[in-house]
Design a binder for this molecule. Structure first.
Ligand SMILES: [Zn+2]
Length: 280
């Protein structure tokens, strides 16, 4: 495929503060319905920033949230963004059986498609926990791409695809007609550092992060960013009984996200992920 123009891809994983893996040890799934639902207004803030910058993005929506507040999905869709799937229950893919994964994905896809009336093409695994056998199931259920892979070993929970080779392009055909859109890393001192957003975006000073994005765009031709609505929300309830490292990953610099994100979206011309795929 031709990738003449550098492409900066924007993605948002829509889930709420009580659904993240870092807090899983302290928050049971059974308690989700009783937790304060803050994803709607945090997603609205992101929509407002994107609107002000005339930017379209891809929203990977956790269907649990879509079921609870379908108006969020309708609003995102009405503003012309791409709607994609983040599954239903936010379990790590490699911990599920094939049948459990198929059921989670089937349910999430049809729930979202019923709201928008449009086919969902893209999937992102919770915590990037993708694994080989899941690709077959995504293809079987009509997906066209997965965007769950970091070309790095830097995180204990990230998944792997055995067929991936480090020389693969940022967007490449993984199987016949099915694509992988990599999350971006920055090569530094012989290692690949995750440079795609989330906790790393909150940790690294913005001018440094910005230069890294520019370097990736110049070198690889494509850059893919992700963020969550709860990362814009320093007022979210604080959960105490979790490991210090997980607490840090979740809460570090939440108050800085909004200003940094406004800067990022102003500094680069972002597009939805579907724009990086060859035409159907
Ligand atoms: Zn997630």
């Amino acid at each position: 495929m031709s990738a003449t123009q550098p492409k900066a891809l924007m993605s948002i994983d829509v889930e709420d503060w009580f659904q993240v893996e870092n807090l899983r040890s302290a928050i049971t799934k059974e308690s989700w319905p009783q937790r304060e639902f803050r994803a709607e207004r945090n997603t609205d803030l992101i929509l407002e920033i994107l609107r002000q910058n005339n930017t379209k993005a891809t929203f990977f929506i956790l269907a649990w949230c879509a079921e609870k507040a379908p108006q969020i999905v309708r609003r995102i869709h009405a503003e012309g963004h791409e709607i994609a799937s983040h599954g239903y229950g936010h379990d790590l893919v490699y911990n599920l059986t094939h049948e459990q994964f198929r059921e989670d994905i089937r349910k999430s896809k049809s729930l979202i498609e019923d709201i928008t009336g449009e086919r969902v093409l893209g999937y992102r695994a919770p915590n990037f926990s993708i694994t080989d056998w899941a690709i077959e199931i995504l293809m079987e259920l009509g997906f066209r791409y997965d965007s769950s892979l970091f070309p790095t070993m830097a995180h204990d929970r990230y998944g792997k695809l055995t067929t991936f080779k480090i020389q693969d392009a940022p967007v490449f055909e993984l199987r016949d007609g099915f694509y992988q859109v990599l999350l971006s890393c920055l090569p530094l001192l012989g290692k690949n550092f995750p440079w795609a957003g989330g906790g790393y975006f909150r940790l690294i000073p913005y001018p440094v992060f910005q230069r890294g994005v520019a370097r990736i765009l110049a070198g690889r031709g494509t850059y893919c960013f992700y963020i969550h609505p709860w990362e814009f929300d320093p007022g979210q309830p604080r959960v105490k009984n979790v490991k210090a490292s997980n607490r840090f990953r979740h809460y570090n610099n939440l108050a800085r996200t909004e200003a940094r994100y406004r800067q990022l979206v102003a500094d680069f011309r972002f597009e939805p992920i579907r724009n990086a795929l060859p035409p159907l």
